[in-house]
Design a protein around this ligand. Structure first.
Ligand code: AVJ
Length: 330
């Protein structure tokens, strides 16, 4: 049996089997697709961390500035706050900044981190261990499952603040985002709160620079998905024959990333029982990053059973933090 505390770069067998099934299903769709959640193997996670430091990718820094500048107000808007729960804590830097900037007085805070990756949890926990007077709890689980674990705790008096930051909501299509937010609301009690970080619509050239950077880090992040398929599923993708492409789909208000076949070529993925031909110019759609208007974020949250407490917008980089409270009745 696998020790749940073992930190390993190797994907466990059951996860590889699920990956094989998803690759089989999504690559056979028209247009061909791959789910963006598979970007984050060990190398993909490191490449994403590098992206957050690129001058052209401003989401992470804009959000950190808002958390630092308004942390005090954010935490004080949730009376009797006892518990912070972050869905996908990344490096732990943002939660650390919020608690550092925001906590007043000496009351103890419980911090719950939820992520499917034990490596991510270990990294975030280390960053948070620098804080005084906090209890850190790790949940190696899908977001909904981890949140249910937190809310089922018998000892949890006081209010909870759930955090879903980094514009991670942007990877959901609209129905997916609505369902996800309803799920978070269902796991919270009236008076608990949610802080949502979301990237805003901005001029196309700025969006495209963020997703097709001059250093080629985002291209490497995208193409690493093919590296992962070759390694874990014995795929035959020829990396040189796939180009990174980012485009702004204005009608859907999303940046899309694609991997475009440079010529007609055959691809095999034995573990997914796949053999297919890609035409020159045919693409595999690997990610959508939806961009929002501030008022639309509030409406979407309202429809999911949340009421606005406050919204902070960074005008320089076009990013919004929205703080809402779980409504007493829907
Ligand atoms: C981590 C999903 C918020 O969509 O901006 C970065 C991932 N993709 N560059 C995003 C990503 C390309 C990122 N999220």
């Amino acid at each position: 049996m696998r020790d749940k505390h073992t930190v390993s770069a190797v994907t466990p067998a059951s996860a590889v089997a699920q990956f094989a099934l998803d690759v089989q299903y999504y690559l056979a769709l028209q247009p061909r697709q791959l789910p963006s959640r598979y970007f984050y193997d060990a190398l993909g996670s490191a490449l994403f961390e590098a992206i957050t430091q690129l001058p052209w990718y401003r989401i992470t820094r804009a959000e950190l500035r808002l958390l630092t500048a308004h942390g005090r107000e954010i935490l004080s808007r949730v009376p009797r706050l006892s518990t912070l729960v972050e869905l996908g804590p990344g490096s732990g830097e943002k939660l650390t900044a919020l608690v550092d900037a925001g906590r007043a007085g000496a009351s103890r805070l419980r911090l719950h981190l939820i992520d499917v990756s034990p490596t991510a949890l270990a990294v975030a926990a280390r960053a948070l261990s620098a804080l005084d007077n906090v209890e850190i709890h790790l949940h190696e689980a899908a977001y909904e499952v981890g949140l249910a674990e937190v809310t089922a705790r018998p000892t949890a008096e006081g209010r909870r603040l759930a955090l879903f930051l980094g514009s991670n909501l942007g990877n959901f299509d609209r129905p997916g985002a609505d369902a996800f937010l309803h799920g978070i609301r269902a796991a919270l009690r009236p008076g608990d709160a949610l802080l949502l970080g979301a990237d805003l619509v901005k001029p196309e050239r700025r969006l495209l620079l963020a997703y097709d950077d001059p250093l080629g880090v985002t291209a490497a992040f995208n193409r690493n998905l093919l590296v992962r398929i070759n390694r874990e599923l014995d795929g035959t993708f020829d990396l040189d024959q796939f180009a990174h492409r980012a485009l702004w789909n204005a009608a859907e208000s999303r940046v899309e990333m694609h991997l475009v076949s440079r010529r007609r070529q055959e691809v095999r993925v034995p573990a997914s029982d796949l053999v297919f031909t890609m035409e020159e110019g045919e693409s595999i759609w690997t990610e959508s990053s939806y961009k929002y208007e501030p008022a639309a974020i509030v409406r979407t949250l309202d429809a999911a059973g949340f009421r606005l407490l406050n919204q902070w917008v960074d005008q320089t980089d076009g990013f919004a933090l929205t703080l809402v409270e779980a409504a007493w009745q829907d």
